[in-house]
Design a protein around this ligand. Structure first.
Ligand SMILES: [Zn+2]
Length: 242
């Protein structure tokens, strides 16, 4: 069977629309939110609280969404810690999950995040959750990068996603291919855990709201018992990668 969790990056104002759609279809999710971002407007504190109180998880995404690999380690640590502290003060609860801005990381940065969080998510797609419960590689980016990119990443990760993609490679519609991959994984022996990630601003920019609506509707109809919160899906120790 397959277990699925969603994570959404960047705290853009379109997250509120994404939250409403997730609530409509009862799709759990985690929102990784920086405090500021020079590239786009981010959610106000009040709106972050609204997402939290609506039952979604909140994760840290640094203070100002700078690519950490471009900073000194001291500067990177300050970005990591101040982003976490802001959210914790705002929400009055611990923030245990982190995500690297721009997917930029290295072993030193991973070690810093280990001191403050129980997981750090990358943007390396094509993986199912495996043995390492700290460094998290998502399976799929909810954005049409093309099926060749999807296949390439699954091969790179030696993931069970690879046979699932190959089996359905004749499917030309990207978002239908995603559904078929989930179906295939669900039929494989064992429990396989996948994280889907994306950005609400990207869904807006590329007019993917209808595709996301259709995907959520399909999940609710067929896989509602397979959906998990981000923190829940990480707890299971099943090893799904080959
Ligand atoms: Zn980001």
């Amino acid at each position: 069977m397959v277990l699925i969790a969603f994570s959404w990056d960047d705290g853009a104002v379109e997250d509120l629309k994404l939250m409403d759609l997730s609530l409509k279809y009862k799709i759990p999710g985690l929102f990784f939110i920086p405090v500021t971002n020079t590239e786009r407007n981010v959610l106000s504190g009040e709106n972050i609280k609204k997402i939290d109180s609506s039952g979604f998880e909140i994760g840290a995404h640094t203070y100002s969404h700078k690519y950490l690999s471009k900073l000194s380690l001291n500067e990177a640590q300050l970005e990591i810690v101040s982003g976490k502290e802001y959210l914790e003060q705002l929400l009055g609860k611990e923030v245990n999950h982190f995500c690297f801005p721009g997917g930029k990381y290295n072993s030193e940065l991973v070690n810093i995040t280990r001191r403050y969080f129980s997981s750090s998510r990358t943007a390396d797609t094509g993986a199912l959750l495996g043995k390492d419960s700290f460094l998290i590689r998502p399976a799929i980016h909810f954005y049409d990068r093309g099926k060749l990119s999807l296949l390439y990443n699954s091969v790179k990760n030696m993931s069970l996603l690879c046979p699932a993609i190959l089996k359905n490679f004749s499917e030309d519609r990207y978002f239908d291919l995603l559904k078929k991959i989930i179906e295939a994984l669900n039929n494989y022996k064992g429990t396989h855990r996948m994280i889907v990630w994306g950005h609400s601003w990207e869904i807006e920019q590329f007019s993917l709201w209808d595709d996301l609506n259709d995907f959520f509707l399909w999940l609710t109809k067929n896989y509602s018992s397979n959906l998990r919160n981000y923190s829940e899906i990480l707890k299971s120790n099943n090893i799904s990668d080959i």
